[in-house]
Each structure stands twice: as C-alpha cells, then as structure tokens.
Design a protein. Structure first.
Length: 292
C-alpha cells in the first residue's frame, strides 16, 4: 500500500466531538496534521488503509489553512525540472509561500530535506531510487502553516518516468507476486481539484505499480467514495502505462463547502485473487471541495 503524504503528529482513530465522518479540531491539534485509519473486515479476514494527511492545523482562525494540498508537476528523472504548486489555502490576504524540497526512500518511511527552497527543483543523480516531495509553508499576518505534496514516482536515471507515465513498459499483473511483490496504488489524481460543482464530472486517473516500483498492466481498480456521494464506476484494468481513468459523477448529496474533503477508497487487485488476500493494494485518498 502506498504511504500517505503526511508525516502526522496525530493519528486519530475516532472523532473528537465530531460526527460519524468528521473531526472537529481541538487545541491539542494545533501544529499537527491529521489522518485516519479504516479497517474493513469480513469472515475471510480484515485489511486496513490509511488516509492522506490534512495540512497543519493553524493556531489562529485567520492564519492560512490548507484546502487542497500542494502538487508537483514534471518528470521524476535525473536532470528534469519539477515545479511545485502552492495548493489552495484560506486565510487573511496577502498570503506568501515558501518551499522546502525533500527526498524519501521508495516506501516513504524516511524523508530528508535537500536544502533546495526554490519553487522548482532539478532532479539530481543522487535522487535515483528515491521519491521527491515538497513542503509548502503559507504565511500571513496571523501566522503560518505547512502542507505536504504527494511524492513523485521513484526517480529514474534518465529519460521518461515520473508523474504516473511510462508508455508501454509495464509488467503484466499475472507476473506480479512470485518473489513476494504486491500491488500499490501509486498515484491518484482528481480533476478538478478542488471540486466546486455537483454538475461537473470528476476525472480520476489512478496509477498502479508493484512494490518493485514497476508500472503494472492489467490490474483491476476499484474506487468508491466514503460515504457514497458519487457514482461508482465499474472496475477496469490498467493499461500499458499502468494507469486507468474514470469519470465519476457527484450525487445531489455530494458536499460542496470550504475546508472540506471527500474521501475515496481505492483498491488495485488481480482478477481471481481472494477478496482480502492475494497481491491487492489499497489506499485512502481525498479530494477537496470549495464553494464557487
């Protein structure tokens, strides 16, 4: 399972004064990010998935607060330039932004700052085999808070790669598993993000890899909002570039409001494998919403 973008100070398993699907911030949350864990269980066993992290909880109401996280564009290959976007923030204007680039091991269990603080980052030879992400700090007169992007694909030595691409060099899903490899939901991209209308379909592009970092062709992908507030597409296989795209329609009860996100459960699996076994990989992701 792919590791979420946040390095959270709090790991909340239940709401603190919130409703069934939400958490109200308390003073102890200030300066921390928040994520949650969901465990699905049936008679065959159980599996657990972790959500992405929120931005840091600001100390003051007018300080910048993350609505949607920063993103990275560009190819994760040596010599290529990556560009950070700020994400979407609310708070008293003007808001200024600063950047801190980090590299992480392939499993994203250990990350360190590169010392680079421009909005762009040129991938170095020392980054091969690692992933890159960026921390964006938003600041105004009331305070500051930070948000983390998702990581890039594992950096390649040169040429293509990165950003969920690949172009026809994927391993077939039937060849995954003999040496203990599993599937990972490597990247999930929503467009638009944030969502501002129930009448406009949401385009979701999902990239699947195995735990060796190889793109996977022929993996079936399941995605569903939690709770169900959108249409649920029929499971479809990834193509030769390891990706599959869906058009998802928000329902009438899809929440459109500021400082809110809708969560989705994503599962990549091989047809014929047991429901809670085999080489399946899962991930919880979210898309921000905002009033127009």
């Amino acid at each position: 399972m792919a590791t979420p973008r946040g390095d959270c100070g709090l790991d909340q398993g239940a709401s603190q004064g919130g409703d069934e699907h939400g958490v109200r911030h308390v003073q102890a949350d200030v300066g921390h990010t928040i994520r949650f864990r969901v465990t699905a269980k049936n008679s065959e066993g159980s599996t657990t998935a972790m959500s992405n992290a929120t931005g840091e909880v600001p100390s003051k109401t007018n300080a910048p607060a993350e609505i949607s996280p920063p993103t990275i564009s560009g190819s994760a290959a040596v010599g290529q330039r990556l560009t950070a976007t700020n994400g979407t923030w609310q708070g008293t204007d003007p808001i200024s932004y600063s950047y801190s680039w980090q590299t992480c091991n392939a499993a994203v269990t250990s990350c360190s700052a590169t010392g680079k603080t421009d909005q762009t980052y040129t991938v170095a030879a020392s980054d091969v085999g690692r992933r890159v992400r960026v921390r964006v700090t938003a600041k105004n007169g009331a305070g500051s808070s930070s948000g983390l992007s998702d990581t890039t694909d594992v950096v390649a030595s040169g040429g293509g790669g990165g950003g969920g691409g690949g172009g026809g060099n994927a391993v077939n899903v039937k060849d995954v598993g003999p040496a203990g490899e599993r599937l990972t939901v490597d990247k999930v991209v929503f467009n638009p993000n944030p969502v501002t209308s129930r009448s406009v379909p949401i385009r979701v592009t999902i990239t699947v890899k195995d735990t060796k970092g190889r793109l996977v062709q022929g993996a079936l992908v399941f995605i569903r909002s939690t709770p169900i507030v959108t249409s649920t597409p029929t499971d479809a296989p990834t193509g030769a570039d390891g990706t599959v795209s869906y058009s998802i329609q928000p329902r009438s009860d899809f929440p459109i409001k500021n400082s809110f996100s809708v969560q989705f459960f994503v599962k990549a699996y091989r047809q014929g494998d047991p429901t809670l076994a085999g080489i399946a990989g899962t991930r919880l992701v979210q898309v921000a919403t905002r009033t127009p």
